[in-house]
Design a protein around this ligand. Sequence first.
Ligand SMILES: [Fe+2]
Length: 386
Amino acid sequence: MVHYRRVGDIPRKRHILHRRDGAVTFEELMGTDGFSGAASLLYHRRSPSALVRIEEHSSRPVCWYPNQPLRPHHLRASELVPCEDDRDPVTGRHPLLGNDDVELAWVAADASSPLYRDATADQLVYVQSGDAVLESVFGRLGVTAGDYVVIPRSTTHRWSLRAPVEMLVISARGHVAVPARYLNSQGQLVEGAPFSERDQRGPEPEPLLVDGEDVPVVVRTRDGLSVHVHATHPFDVIGWDGYLYPWAMSIHDFEPIVGRIHQPPPVHQTFAGAGFVVCSFVPRLYDFDPDAVKVPYHHSNVDSDEVLMYSAGNFMSRAGAGIGPGSMSLHPPGFVHGPQPGSRERSAEATRTEELAVMLDAFAPLSLSAEALEVDDPSYPFSWSR
Ligand SMILES: [Fe+2]
């Protein structure tokens, strides 16, 4: 997030003595791109480096399979069976699709998570259902169904649930950002962008200030999970300022751009990452030329694997293919995809669509996990022939 934010008690200058209750605080720079990118300065009451133990953490190994022989897929993610022991938004994740740039996981959770720090990836979470608070060293950020949540890598956080949640978790090797073309040279969202700063929500203005000793934090790296047991609670931050922090935006605040004839998917772009983009398809007026074909034309994704997660509403172009909320389709290069038979005729009299969906285009081939293949619809590749 490119907006300066200041929370709690911070000193008048960077890198000077700062006392709280007579004790000197511990300044932490959390910065990206080697002291040159977005950064924040946090002031802890105790050293954030003080560990008392380092432990291993078990994790389920993920077996990845290439999309071979090449085929489109329909993954019924909502049919994944939650693990008996891992029922929280962190340890209960089911990785489904991935490459070296990005990984997509689904999680249905009814318990709050442990403290967690992903040292490998920026996380972009889409909340499909439920209600939760993202608690972090930066404070509290309430989220609910329809929210996108951006969590910068190495942010120590936990999910505190107010109701069971379903989430699509996108883990990105690079940083997750707003598309550059939406920003002016000062970093402000331009007129004509489909959302504005008023739609972006940062953490609440009060620090969390949690006390505790011997506090375990699950740390994710490319090679698996570790546990760092901190001497004192990482949520002891009395204040922070900067440009790097978790933030949220509701898909319902994305303002659709419509036209007389079909507008291509880039008008729906919401985020950009290294090796992928994310688009939001939201309720909107259909194309209004009398001869407009309202469902998308057949298209070849020459350069990308296209993943669509269907969130809510009626999916006119996929009618008859068994697609519903929680479905994820994968349309790879080498396969021409388009509306299912009868979709164009069914949409002829419609003036608007109520569909709600999240699309991710990955610029390198995605592999499928064993769990993805367990909820794969074997008939989907042939659903255009019916
Ligand atoms: Fe497509």
